[in-house]
Write a protein that binds this ligand. Structure first.
Ligand SMILES: NC(=O)c1ccc[n+]([C@@H]2O[C@H](COP(=O)([O-])OP(=O)(O)OC[C@H]3O[C@@H](n4cnc5c(N)ncnc54)[C@H](OP(=O)(O)O)[C@@H]3O)[C@@H](O)[C@H]2O)c1
Length: 244
């Protein structure tokens, strides 16, 4: 491996939007080395190998965002190999109540929040010591336009036909979590931002969507590679800022 300058971890990157972010970032940014996070080692290895075959600087890293011991093992691996982390992309997520006409249950809320909120919180906290070793730390939270309270409060708001109370509220809470990190590390120059990839055909949507995987990855890649003059604490999609 050539000496990488920027170490990036993307959670849930063995498929879908995370995989697309990994490919686009490695393809378009020399010197970026991608740790392709996957909760399943075999799926991660296969996904990483498919990008390695394209000559990209990618390796698999096993990390289940709902399991503290898995997160701790991932931190140890990154510390031993690289001694720091430059970019963390919290992408792993589930949408258990989207497209399903079912009564929301406590179990569904618990599982949704475990992955979409408690997961990114635990992962981010665990990697802070390694992000502190970076000269230009960046954190991207992959959220959703369905997180927007402003759009939800507008009767004519975008996607207001989508109920998804567990998914929506987990992503609204994720935005609040992300803003906390933006405030906490603002004076240190960290760039902590929120990305809506947009409606994209992945397993999460049953293959439905209105944009390509590459288009869905574009804004996360922009936020992951912001310069020191870039913004922090923003909520955006490829087309521009989103209302909170
Ligand atoms: N697709 C859309 O239209 C859309 C729109 C807005 C926002 N988003 C957001 O974009 C992100 C990626 O979604 P996607 O559409 O690419 O979905 P996807 O194809 O279902 O991929 C989700 C990824 O998250 C991983 N994951 C789930 N639970 C995990 C856990 N406990 N630990 C580690 N990884 C876990 C999955 O791993 P496995 O393969 O092991 O299941 C998979 O790699 C999510 O945060 C989603 O909310 C998607």
């Amino acid at each position: 491996m050539s000496s990488p300058t920027t170490i990036v971890l993307i959670t849930g990157a063995n498929k879908g939007i995370g995989f697309a972010i990994a490919g686009l970032l490695a393809k378009e940014h020399d010197g970026y080395h991608i740790l392709l996070g996957s909760r399943n080692s075999e799926r991660g290895r296969k996904a990483a190998e498919s990008l390695q075959r394209e000559g990209l600087s990618v390796e698999a890293l096993t990390i289940d965002v709902t399991a503290d011991e898995s997160i701790a093992a991932a931190v140890r691996t990154v510390e031993l190999k690289f001694g720091r982390l430059d970019v963390l992309i919290n992408n792993a997520g589930v949408a258990l109540d989207i497209g399903k006409d079912i009564v929301t249950t406590r179990a569904m809320f618990e599982e949704t929040f475990a992955t979409n909120l408690f997961g990114p919180a635990a992962v981010t906290e665990a990697f802070i010591p390694l992000l502190e070793q970076s000269t230009a730390a960046r954190i991207v939270f992959v959220t959703s336009d369905l997180a927007s309270l402003t759009m939800r409060a507008d009767p004519q708001g975008r996607d207001n036909h989508v109920a998804a109370p567990a998914y929506r509220s987990s992503k609204s809470a994720l935005n609040m979590l992300a803003l906390g990190y933006a405030h906490r590390f603002r004076d240190r120059g960290w760039k902590v931002n929120m990305d809506n990839p947009g409606f994209t055909p992945t397993d999460m949507t049953g293959g439905r969507g209105t944009r390509t995987l590459e288009d869905s990855a574009r804004n996360a890649v922009r936020l992951a590679t912001l310069g020191q003059d870039g913004p922090t604490g923003t909520y955006s999609e490829r087309e521009g800022p989103l209302p909170w």
